[in-house]
Ligand binder design. Structure first.
Ligand SMILES: [Zn+2]
Ligand SMILES: [Zn+2]
Ligand SMILES: [Zn+2]
Length: 362
């Protein structure tokens, strides 16, 4: 007789990411996989105002001048400034040196910081939905301005880091905007694979995944005998649903608590979100973050926006690409196996994770 009880719902399988098949995940919920080292929780700084913080009100002179402020410059609740330590900048234009196999592209671009909220340590799920809607509006406005300012810019990445392991260097709540002359590789992989899917099946793969997530049940029959072969409760991947947006737990999630938010109807470009829809996006976002906070409170995380690149193929990719927001909490440290193989190991089944997130009473 075994002394260690075996989990009834134990999963051990390699799941192929339907969008990017090369990015597959080993879902292994067995006990033996558990000793993946847990990432530390970010120390929660709940202070509203910190005298020495350059992002707090009253210290505006410690940052570069504001690019954008909402609702007004004097009474700002959201403020956008240039990054003091940009990874890309337009101040120096160097010739790209190329030697042999070493190809470079001029590091031209913009790197800016959005101070998400006037309150120093406020968490996303604590912000008013009207504030979050305004924040999404700021993301969109700045994205549009940047694309219009320079045709060399092909991609504007909006992202947020929370916690030191997630890359946040300043504790005051903030997001970042990087405009670049190249399309990031992971976005490129999504764009190309979804275009290939479209060419073959004539529909957007993201829309198909949403439809699947919204179908409560799928039954697979054996073609020959007509017997039920497998019954899948697919509604199990929905974490939160709004009027225009949905939060789902991807079937092949790289991170244990990863959640994606997508528009329910097809839309390739974040710039096309009507202003009137931001309230619903804010609601889905706030409720999703509140669920995550209740289950894995204090976890470090990143979120980022993936939208259709503004390159020569933009029009061609409009029917096949679907913009989305990926929320990736960091609850464990990647192992040598993961870094060496590129195969992520997820030790909590996405079905169970979604169930726990849904069970949170809000
Ligand atoms: Zn601050
Ligand atoms: Zn779509
Ligand atoms: Zn993506």
């Amino acid at each position: 007789m075994s002394e260690t009880p075996v989990d009834a719902g134990e999963v051990r399988e390699i799941r192929i990411n339907p969008i990017v098949p090369a990015e597959s995940v080993l879902v292994a919920t067995a006990r033996s996989m558990r000793p993946k080292k847990a990432e530390e929780l970010a120390p929660r700084d709940t202070r509203k105002h910190v005298e020495t913080c350059p992002f707090c009100r009253g210290n505006e002179h410690k940052t570069p001048p504001a690019i954008l402020a909402w609702p007004t410059a004097a009474d700002w609740q959201i403020r956008m400034v240039e990054n003091l330590y940009p990874v890309l900048g337009d101040d120096r234009s160097q010739a790209g040196f190329a030697f042999g196999l070493q190809q470079t592209i001029d590091g031209y671009g913009r790197h800016e910081v959005i101070i998400d909220h006037v309150e120093h340590g406020i968490a996303i799920h604590e912000m008013a939905e009207s504030h979050l809607a305004a924040l999404f509006g700021v993301y969109q406005t700045r994205m549009r301005q940047l694309f219009e300012s320079d045709p060399r810019l092909k991609y504007v990445l909006v992202f947020k880091n929370f916690g030191p392991a997630a890359g946040a260097s300043i504790p005051h709540t903030h997001s970042q905007v990087i405009a670049m002359p190249v399309v990031p590789e992971n976005v490129d992989a999504e764009v190309k694979n979804s275009a290939a899917h479209y060419a073959k099946h004539h529909h957007c793969i993201f829309c198909a995944l949403i439809d699947e997530a919204l179908t409560f049940e799928a039954t697979i029959y054996d073609r020959a005998s007509g017997a039920v072969r497998r019954k899948i409760n697919v509604g199990q991947y929905v974490v939160e649903r709004g009027e225009h947006f949905i939060a789902i737990k991807p079937f092949a999630s790289r991170y244990e608590w990863e959640v994606h938010i997508l528009p329910l109807t097809h839309q390739a470009d974040f710039l096309d979100v009507p202003g009137a829809h931001f309230a619903d996006l804010a609601r889905v976002m706030r409720r999703t973050m509140a669920r995550l906070d209740a289950v894995i409170g204090g976890a470090q995380y990143n979120f980022f926006l993936h939208s259709v690149p503004h390159d020569a193929q933009q029009g061609a990719h409009a029917p096949s690409y679907h913009w989305h927001l990926e929320i990736c909490p960091r609850t464990s440290i990647p192992t040598g196996f993961e870094l060496g193989s590129g195969l992520f190991v997820n030790t909590i089944s996405p079905e169970q994770a979604a169930e726990r997130l849904r069970a949170v009473e809000l």
